[in-house]
Design a protein around this ligand. Sequence first.
Ligand SMILES: C[S@@+](CC[C@H](N)C(=O)[O-])C[C@H]1O[C@@H](n2cnc3c(N)ncnc32)[C@H](O)[C@@H]1O
Length: 272
Amino acid sequence: MTQVLTWEDTLLDYLRTSNEDEQVVNFVSKTILPQLTSRFDKIDWLELGPGPGTKTQLILEDIMGSAQAHLRSLRLIEPSVAWCDFIRRNTPEILNTIKIFEMSFNDYLYSESRLYDKWQPNFVTCFHVLYEYELIEEFLLYLKHQEQTGHRLLACIIVESEHSDFFKLRQKLIHFGQPQPSPAALQLRSSVSKLGLPAQEFEVNSQYFRISDIYEGLQWLLAFLFGCEKEALTKIPEKVRMEANEIIKQFLEKKQNQVLEVPDIAFVFAIG
Ligand SMILES: C[S@@+](CC[C@H](N)C(=O)[O-])C[C@H]1O[C@@H](n2cnc3c(N)ncnc32)[C@H](O)[C@@H]1O
């Protein structure tokens, strides 16, 4: 079993042992790319928070392999230095095509240098990044501004669905005093309607398979659910960790083949 060393390792473990990348990439290929190619001859893609870039690379391969889609440029905005290095190390073949900005998307979108930067995306993706109210608002206000200034683009946000077993499990663990990521899908829905943005919603049905690990010592799932690193987990008293694991164990026992259903919600915006 992989040691939980950093939050990055935890996320990589999850991506390796779930079908989330595959499901998200399938959804983008089947639902988004046809809309994109019917609207634009050339794609200028802005991806916010690519993390390890596993989805980015697969979508890129789809675009490159498609007769209809022509990628002109791609920018990745990623504040984690570890992830930027990871992308540079693991996908050197795509580095000629892309430009990486080591910063948060809010700094990128609202930086002064952007005033002089003529580059304008017509495809914006943001997968599993918008889990804080401020980030949701800043991103949606950016879309609103694009709409008001007459820019045409297709944007796709993906967040965990409120029907995900991860979300349900976190609700059960709420009394352990860990910071609980908010139900982003609900916040997004409400902010989208408040701003009057044109959004279509889709379910993306991912599953998480590697359940047996939680019966071992490292409590991978607990760290993942709390969104923390191993260091932070060790600060939680042993007794509390054991109680939390017991709750997870009971939840899993009710699942068929111990597979967690972890659907996501995709919000797709055709602006302009
Ligand atoms: C859960 S990971 C998802 C990674 C990837 N998009 C995926 O779906 O596999 C969240 C990513 O968002 C990045 N992130 C967090 N806050 C951000 C911000 N304000 N702007 C851009 N990226 C951000 C994190 O560094 C991390 O890479």
